[in-house]
Design a protein around this ligand. Structure first.
Ligand code: SF4
Length: 398
């Protein structure tokens, strides 16, 4: 079956799937309410978002320089940093660091998803646990994420209850969401402390200090990056900005548009754990990891940054806001996507995954209605990108 026929079959099935509609209608109502409240309470965010667009526009033009700078900073913090030109190179670097037969706890990472990190680690003979609740549900269902922030957005509580009942052998009610969350906590708790390696992504990275900002609510990232003896992070190069203060602004705008007044946790990680408490002798590996590795991934990002219109895809903060406004996403969830979703997903499929057939299917599914642009904190002009992409596809170029 061609990519297009397969996509058409999938998207039509999704559009007729009552469970997707139910789960998304619940999620969309809650997202809009929460984001509007957050923006009303912190109105400066709207102005800050304009500043963030400028920061990102400038940063993606100098990604290579920022990556070098971040690597030097991380090395001087006693971490190790690598720049991977391709997805394959990133997987090789990580494979070399991890080896086989390891227990791994993993935080949510769209970049990891992009390069098939978990599957790769599992194929190498490692045991990998997704620790974000949504990702854990997806992993156990053998499904794939359908939203950049809420990967299991398409799974209604009834299915979660059924899944967890099967895993635990205990009859769990879909109405008792607290019990479902507690079940996941119990299932994963000891894994954090048994793990050999913790994996994470990052929302933004300050090149001047090599600091990774990781936004979360569950506390799983804190544990996954704090408890095991080794922390490895995989980060797309578009996440780099020059300074700590730039990174803070990007982080604040991201969480606000991701529907939080303030997230429960923002971790800032710049190196391995250390102490100087015994005679001021700096020793690495105190309570946290003794090893800290960061892999920066290019894989087409530097090339994409040169395109005058499509480069906007690299501004994306992955707040997920546009997806809640997209009329196609509302009835199909992440089936309207590839590694990423909707209009940005179409550009990603074309320019990063080099999957023009999938990119064409996505670009022509998009209605170019522009509701996403209105919601987007960094005003990414998705309709403009999609029209440009259609032109490139028609011309048979990239
Ligand atoms: S395109 Fe804009 S609204 Fe959509 S996820 Fe990216 S930053 Fe958020």
């Amino acid at each position: 079956m061609s990519v297009f026929s397969e996509y058409k079959k999938e998207i039509m099935a999704a559009a007729h799937n009552e469970k997707i509609r139910l789960a998304l209608s619940r999620a969309i109502a809650s997202y809009r309410g929460n984001t509007n409240t957050a923006l009303k309470k912190f109105p400066h965010t709207i102005k800050m978002a304009e500043e963030v667009r400028e920061i990102k526009a400038k940063a993606i033009k100098e990604m290579e320089k920022l990556a070098q700078q971040a690597c030097e900073a991380i090395e001087s913090n006693h971490g190790k940093a690598y720049i991977a030109a391709t997805a394959d190179e990133a997987l090789k670097i990580i494979a070399h660091l991890v080896g086989k037969g390891k227990l791994i706890v993993k935080g949510k990472s769209m970049t990891g998803e992009e390069i098939g990190l978990r599957e790769h680690l599992e194929e190498m003979g490692n045991e990998v646990y997704e620790t974000d609740l949504g990702e854990f549900i997806i992993q156990k269902l053998n499904s794939r994420p359908m939203h950049i922030l809420s990967p299991s957005i398409h799974v209604p509580r009834e299915d979660v209850a059924q899944l967890f009942s099967t895993i635990t052998g205990e009859k769990l009610s879909p109405e008792d969401i607290e019990k479902l969350v507690a079940t996941a906590r119990k299932l994963l708790r000891e894994k954090f402390f048994q793990a050999d390696i913790g994996f994470s992504g990052a929302n933004v990275v300050a090149a001047e200090t090599g600091t990774l900002f990781i936004i979360e609510n569950e506390g799983n990232v804190r544990l996954a990056t704090g408890a095991p003896p080794v922390h490895i992070a995989l980060v797309g190069m578009e996440k780099l900005v020059p300074t700590l203060s730039d990174a803070y602004k990007v982080a604040e705008v991201t969480w606000r548009y991701a529907n939080y007044t303030v997230p429960s946790y923002v971790s800032m990680v710049s190196g391995p754990s250390k102490t100087g408490d015994i005679e001021k002798v700096t020793t690495y590996g105190a309570h946290g990891p003794g090893e800290f590795h960061v892999v920066f991934l290019d894989d087409g990002r530097v090339e994409l940054a040169k395109h005058p219109i499509l480069c906007q895809a690299l501004y994306c903060l992955r707040c997920g806001g546009c997806l809640y406004e997209c009329p196609i996403f509302a009835v199909t969830a992440g089936h309207f996507g590839d590694k990423y979703f909707a209009g940005v997903g179409a550009v990603w499929a074309a320019m990063i995954s080099q999957n023009m057939e999938k990119a064409a299917a996505l670009a022509y599914t998009c209605l170019t209605c522009g509701r996403c642009k209105v919601r987007c904190p960094v005003a990414i002009d998705v309709p403009e990108m999609v029209v440009e992409l259609r032109k490139l596809i028609a011309e048979g170029e990239q």
